[in-house]
Design a protein around this ligand. Sequence first.
Ligand code: ATP
Length: 270
Amino acid sequence: PSITRGVTVEIPKVSWEDIGGLHDLKKKLQQAVEWPIKHAATFSRLGILPARGILLHGPPGCSKTTLAKAAAHAAQASLFSLSGAELYSMYVGEGELLLRRTFQRARLAAPSIIFFDEADVVGSKRGGNSSSNISVGERLLSTLLTEMDGLEQAKGILVLAATNRPYAIDAALMRPGRFDSVLYVPPPDLEARYEILLVHTRKMKLEDDVDLRRIAQDTELFTGAELEGLCMEAGMVALREDISATLVCDRHFQAVRESLKPALTGEEVD
Ligand code: ATP
């Protein structure tokens, strides 16, 4: 990926199969991202406008970023990744400039996806506070709104935004033609946890005693990121135990599992 300060551009290698669970969500994203690009002629024949923005929300570590990557990979689109927090921390005017330039570059590189992480930092509800920092957020938000509205004529650009705090997003961003689709990315349920474990042990050599279904049962409230960490750590335990080890065994997974406590409490709001 190429990295200019504050923005990464790449056509990611992650595919839909690298994401465990979330089958309906993947299908929805697939349609929103791939159809307008692959079937542009049908869209204009029928006179329908593709989605311009989709907001993904849910707890950290549950694959919002990975979904954006898989969507870009599937559509062979360039993925421009920006972070709201990073834009916010820039010098006065720099964040807006970067935002405008990114939309400009995305138009030139179309098909493109602009992934906007921590969107709530920029798109926070306006007013009510007199501190000067608010105006930084407001200026960024108004730039984002202008750019989103300007996408009307642009073809093959989709903005995917992610947040853990959807309730903090300004209503102006949720008007039709901006982020008109809001999708919840939940923590993985039992079946999803099993599929995530399958994904992250795909390249590992496992002893027969490793029962991924049982591990899935035993990891309630674990996020995808934590399950990935569990698999990698189990491999490290096997290696530390015996530097010439060839297999990762159940006891390695158990040792790691016992040392971990999930960050989610089960009370996360949708
Ligand atoms: P944040 O809100 O902190 O940015 P996120 O929701 O964007 O988190 P990701 O960055 O996509 O989460 O996921 C973190 C890591 O966890 C990734 O490396 C990914 O491989 C893994 N992961 C998360 N969910 C899944 C999943 N459903 N299937 C496979 N891997 C997953």
